[in-house]
Design a protein around this ligand. Structure first.
Ligand code: ADP
Ligand code: MG
Length: 236
Protein backbone atom coordinates (compact mmCIF):
# COMPACT_ATOMS: atom_id res chain seq x y z
CA UNK A 1 0.00 0.00 0.00
CA UNK A 2 1.54 3.28 -1.10
CA UNK A 3 1.97 6.00 1.50
CA UNK A 4 0.41 9.24 0.22
CA UNK A 5 2.61 12.33 0.16
CA UNK A 6 1.92 14.40 3.27
CA UNK A 7 0.68 17.95 2.74
CA UNK A 8 0.87 20.84 5.20
CA UNK A 9 -2.69 22.12 5.38
CA UNK A 10 -5.70 20.06 6.37
CA UNK A 11 -6.96 17.74 3.65
CA UNK A 12 -10.53 18.36 4.81
CA UNK A 13 -11.73 21.73 6.06
CA UNK A 14 -15.36 22.51 6.84
CA UNK A 15 -16.02 26.08 7.96
CA UNK A 16 -19.44 27.05 9.26
CA UNK A 17 -20.88 24.13 7.30
CA UNK A 18 -24.66 24.22 7.10
CA UNK A 19 -27.14 22.07 5.25
CA UNK A 20 -30.87 22.69 4.98
CA UNK A 21 -33.07 20.07 3.32
CA UNK A 22 -36.27 21.26 1.72
CA UNK A 23 -39.19 18.86 1.42
CA UNK A 24 -42.07 20.73 -0.21
CA UNK A 25 -42.52 23.80 1.98
CA UNK A 26 -40.85 22.23 5.02
CA UNK A 27 -37.21 23.04 5.74
CA UNK A 28 -34.98 20.99 8.01
CA UNK A 29 -31.56 22.18 9.19
CA UNK A 30 -29.51 18.96 9.23
CA UNK A 31 -26.14 20.72 9.72
CA UNK A 32 -26.14 23.92 11.75
CA UNK A 33 -22.59 25.28 11.49
CA UNK A 34 -19.83 22.68 11.64
CA UNK A 35 -16.14 23.52 11.79
CA UNK A 36 -13.96 20.48 11.18
CA UNK A 37 -10.37 20.18 9.99
CA UNK A 38 -8.79 16.80 9.25
CA UNK A 39 -5.11 16.43 8.34
CA UNK A 40 -3.78 13.92 5.85
CA UNK A 41 -3.25 10.52 7.49
CA UNK A 42 -5.60 11.14 10.41
CA UNK A 43 -8.11 8.50 11.55
CA UNK A 44 -11.21 10.34 12.72
CA UNK A 45 -14.58 8.98 13.83
CA UNK A 46 -17.78 11.00 13.64
CA UNK A 47 -20.20 9.59 16.19
CA UNK A 48 -23.72 10.54 17.18
CA UNK A 49 -27.27 9.22 17.49
CA UNK A 50 -29.48 8.48 14.50
CA UNK A 51 -30.62 11.67 12.79
CA UNK A 52 -27.75 13.79 14.13
CA UNK A 53 -26.41 14.59 10.63
CA UNK A 54 -23.61 12.03 10.25
CA UNK A 55 -24.56 10.80 6.77
CA UNK A 56 -25.08 14.39 5.67
CA UNK A 57 -21.50 15.13 6.76
CA UNK A 58 -20.25 12.05 4.90
CA UNK A 59 -22.13 13.02 1.72
CA UNK A 60 -20.67 16.51 1.84
CA UNK A 61 -17.12 15.26 2.51
CA UNK A 62 -17.48 12.77 -0.36
CA UNK A 63 -18.67 15.47 -2.78
CA UNK A 64 -21.97 13.59 -3.13
CA UNK A 65 -23.96 16.56 -1.82
CA UNK A 66 -23.38 20.28 -1.39
CA UNK A 67 -23.63 22.69 1.53
CA UNK A 68 -26.26 25.39 1.77
CA UNK A 69 -24.01 27.56 4.00
CA UNK A 70 -20.32 27.78 4.83
CA UNK A 71 -17.48 26.22 2.89
CA UNK A 72 -15.75 22.91 2.23
CA UNK A 73 -12.13 22.85 1.14
CA UNK A 74 -10.75 19.50 0.01
CA UNK A 75 -6.95 19.34 -0.35
CA UNK A 76 -6.97 23.13 -0.62
CA UNK A 77 -9.64 23.33 -3.33
CA UNK A 78 -12.92 25.09 -2.67
CA UNK A 79 -15.30 22.27 -3.64
CA UNK A 80 -18.03 24.76 -4.60
CA UNK A 81 -15.78 26.07 -7.40
CA UNK A 82 -15.22 22.65 -8.98
CA UNK A 83 -17.27 21.55 -11.99
CA UNK A 84 -19.16 18.24 -12.21
CA UNK A 85 -16.32 16.53 -14.13
CA UNK A 86 -13.74 17.51 -11.49
CA UNK A 87 -16.06 16.32 -8.70
CA UNK A 88 -16.62 12.97 -10.44
CA UNK A 89 -12.85 12.59 -10.77
CA UNK A 90 -12.36 13.26 -7.03
CA UNK A 91 -15.08 10.77 -6.09
CA UNK A 92 -13.62 8.14 -8.35
CA UNK A 93 -9.87 8.51 -7.71
CA UNK A 94 -9.25 10.35 -4.46
CA UNK A 95 -11.94 8.90 -2.19
CA UNK A 96 -12.83 5.31 -1.37
CA UNK A 97 -16.40 4.85 -0.12
CA UNK A 98 -17.67 2.11 2.20
CA UNK A 99 -21.38 1.92 3.09
CA UNK A 100 -23.45 0.01 5.63
CA UNK A 101 -25.31 -1.93 2.90
CA UNK A 102 -22.10 -2.90 1.00
CA UNK A 103 -23.67 -1.83 -2.37
CA UNK A 104 -22.19 -4.75 -4.30
CA UNK A 105 -23.70 -5.89 -7.60
CA UNK A 106 -25.16 -9.37 -6.90
CA UNK A 107 -24.64 -10.75 -10.42
CA UNK A 108 -20.91 -9.98 -10.50
CA UNK A 109 -18.10 -11.98 -8.89
CA UNK A 110 -16.02 -10.36 -6.14
CA UNK A 111 -13.23 -9.31 -8.49
CA UNK A 112 -15.69 -7.93 -11.06
CA UNK A 113 -17.23 -5.79 -8.31
CA UNK A 114 -13.81 -4.58 -7.21
CA UNK A 115 -12.70 -3.64 -10.73
CA UNK A 116 -15.71 -1.32 -11.30
CA UNK A 117 -14.06 1.94 -10.16
CA UNK A 118 -11.14 1.12 -12.48
CA UNK A 119 -13.51 0.80 -15.45
CA UNK A 120 -14.81 4.31 -14.72
CA UNK A 121 -11.19 5.47 -14.37
CA UNK A 122 -10.34 4.07 -17.83
CA UNK A 123 -7.78 1.46 -16.67
CA UNK A 124 -7.05 -1.28 -19.27
CA UNK A 125 -8.71 -4.65 -18.81
CA UNK A 126 -5.79 -6.86 -17.79
CA UNK A 127 -4.45 -4.28 -15.32
CA UNK A 128 -7.96 -4.01 -13.84
CA UNK A 129 -8.10 -7.73 -13.18
CA UNK A 130 -4.64 -7.81 -11.61
CA UNK A 131 -5.35 -4.83 -9.37
CA UNK A 132 -8.78 -6.17 -8.31
CA UNK A 133 -7.32 -9.56 -7.38
CA UNK A 134 -4.47 -7.86 -5.48
CA UNK A 135 -6.94 -5.65 -3.57
CA UNK A 136 -8.95 -8.73 -2.58
CA UNK A 137 -5.72 -10.32 -1.39
CA UNK A 138 -5.07 -7.30 0.83
CA UNK A 139 -8.43 -7.76 2.58
CA UNK A 140 -7.83 -11.51 3.06
CA UNK A 141 -10.12 -12.70 0.26
CA UNK A 142 -7.54 -13.98 -2.21
CA UNK A 143 -9.35 -17.33 -2.26
CA UNK A 144 -12.81 -15.83 -2.92
CA UNK A 145 -12.20 -13.70 -6.02
CA UNK A 146 -14.68 -15.67 -8.16
CA UNK A 147 -17.48 -15.84 -5.56
CA UNK A 148 -20.57 -13.73 -6.05
CA UNK A 149 -21.81 -11.62 -3.09
CA UNK A 150 -24.57 -14.14 -2.33
CA UNK A 151 -21.89 -16.79 -1.80
CA UNK A 152 -20.11 -14.68 0.83
CA UNK A 153 -20.87 -13.84 4.46
CA UNK A 154 -21.80 -10.28 5.44
CA UNK A 155 -18.30 -9.67 6.78
CA UNK A 156 -16.74 -11.01 3.57
CA UNK A 157 -19.05 -8.83 1.48
CA UNK A 158 -17.97 -5.77 3.43
CA UNK A 159 -14.32 -6.75 2.88
CA UNK A 160 -15.05 -6.90 -0.88
CA UNK A 161 -16.49 -3.39 -0.54
CA UNK A 162 -13.31 -2.26 1.26
CA UNK A 163 -11.23 -3.80 -1.56
CA UNK A 164 -13.34 -1.86 -4.08
CA UNK A 165 -12.74 1.32 -2.05
CA UNK A 166 -8.97 0.68 -2.09
CA UNK A 167 -8.42 -0.44 -5.65
CA UNK A 168 -7.99 3.09 -7.01
CA UNK A 169 -5.38 3.83 -4.29
CA UNK A 170 -7.39 6.75 -2.87
CA UNK A 171 -5.79 8.99 -0.24
CA UNK A 172 -8.99 9.02 1.78
CA UNK A 173 -11.51 6.40 2.94
CA UNK A 174 -15.01 7.55 3.92
CA UNK A 175 -17.02 4.86 5.68
CA UNK A 176 -20.66 5.37 6.75
CA UNK A 177 -21.72 2.82 9.40
CA UNK A 178 -19.45 0.17 7.80
CA UNK A 179 -20.02 -2.23 10.69
CA UNK A 180 -23.75 -1.48 11.05
CA UNK A 181 -24.82 -4.76 9.44
CA UNK A 182 -22.05 -6.97 10.80
CA UNK A 183 -21.73 -9.39 13.71
CA UNK A 184 -19.01 -8.79 16.30
CA UNK A 185 -16.42 -11.05 14.60
CA UNK A 186 -16.87 -9.36 11.20
CA UNK A 187 -16.91 -5.96 12.88
CA UNK A 188 -13.51 -6.76 14.39
CA UNK A 189 -12.21 -7.86 10.94
CA UNK A 190 -13.30 -4.65 9.24
CA UNK A 191 -11.95 -2.45 12.05
CA UNK A 192 -8.63 -4.33 11.89
CA UNK A 193 -8.51 -3.53 8.16
CA UNK A 194 -9.05 0.15 8.91
CA UNK A 195 -6.20 0.02 11.45
CA UNK A 196 -3.93 -1.33 8.68
CA UNK A 197 -5.05 1.34 6.23
CA UNK A 198 -4.40 4.03 8.81
CA UNK A 199 -0.95 2.57 9.52
CA UNK A 200 -0.27 2.70 5.76
CA UNK A 201 -0.93 6.44 5.75
CA UNK A 202 -4.51 6.69 4.52
CA UNK A 203 -6.86 9.35 5.85
CA UNK A 204 -9.92 7.63 7.32
CA UNK A 205 -13.26 9.15 8.32
CA UNK A 206 -15.38 6.53 10.08
CA UNK A 207 -19.02 7.35 10.71
CA UNK A 208 -20.86 5.36 13.35
CA UNK A 209 -23.58 5.61 15.98
CA UNK A 210 -21.65 3.18 18.23
CA UNK A 211 -19.23 4.75 20.65
CA UNK A 212 -17.30 1.50 21.02
CA UNK A 213 -16.60 1.45 17.26
CA UNK A 214 -15.71 5.16 17.28
CA UNK A 215 -13.08 4.57 19.97
CA UNK A 216 -10.99 2.64 17.39
CA UNK A 217 -10.17 5.96 15.70
CA UNK A 218 -7.48 8.30 17.03
CA UNK A 219 -9.84 11.27 17.27
CA UNK A 220 -13.57 11.21 17.91
CA UNK A 221 -15.90 14.03 16.90
CA UNK A 222 -19.30 13.89 18.60
CA UNK A 223 -22.28 15.31 16.69
CA UNK A 224 -25.81 15.96 17.84
CA UNK A 225 -28.63 17.86 16.13
CA UNK A 226 -26.31 19.01 13.35
CA UNK A 227 -23.62 20.44 15.62
CA UNK A 228 -20.28 19.23 16.97
CA UNK A 229 -20.78 18.89 20.71
CA UNK A 230 -17.39 17.48 21.76
CA UNK A 231 -14.06 16.22 20.45
CA UNK A 232 -11.68 13.79 22.11
CA UNK A 233 -8.39 12.05 21.41
CA UNK A 234 -8.59 8.33 22.16
CA UNK A 235 -6.11 5.90 23.62
CA UNK A 236 -6.20 3.84 20.37
P1 ADP B 1 -27.60 10.29 10.55
O1 ADP B 1 -26.75 9.74 9.46
O2 ADP B 1 -26.81 10.84 11.72
O3 ADP B 1 -28.63 9.31 11.04
P2 ADP B 1 -28.61 12.07 8.49
O4 ADP B 1 -27.47 12.93 8.11
O5 ADP B 1 -28.96 10.97 7.58
O6 ADP B 1 -28.39 11.55 10.00
O7 ADP B 1 -29.91 12.98 8.66
C1 ADP B 1 -29.93 14.13 9.51
C2 ADP B 1 -31.33 14.72 9.48
O8 ADP B 1 -31.62 15.21 8.16
C3 ADP B 1 -32.42 13.70 9.79
O9 ADP B 1 -33.40 14.34 10.59
C4 ADP B 1 -32.99 13.34 8.45
O10 ADP B 1 -34.34 13.02 8.53
C5 ADP B 1 -32.78 14.61 7.64
N1 ADP B 1 -32.53 14.31 6.21
C6 ADP B 1 -31.51 13.56 5.71
N2 ADP B 1 -31.56 13.52 4.37
C7 ADP B 1 -32.65 14.23 4.01
C8 ADP B 1 -33.25 14.56 2.75
N3 ADP B 1 -32.71 14.13 1.60
N4 ADP B 1 -34.37 15.32 2.76
C9 ADP B 1 -34.90 15.76 3.92
N5 ADP B 1 -34.39 15.50 5.13
C10 ADP B 1 -33.29 14.74 5.19
MG1 MG C 1 -26.66 7.85 8.65
Amino acid sequence: MGVPTPSRGPVIELLGAGKTYKTGTIEFEALRGIDLAIREGEYVAVVGPSGSGKSTVMNVLGCLDTLTRGSYRLAGDDVEQLDEEELADIRNKRIGFVFQQFHLLPSLSAWRNVELPLIYAGVPREERRQRAVAALGRVGLGDRVNNKPGQLSGGQQQRVAVARALVTEPTMILADEPTGNLDSVSTADVLALFDQLHAAGRTIVLITHENEVAQRARRVVHVRDGLITAEELTAA
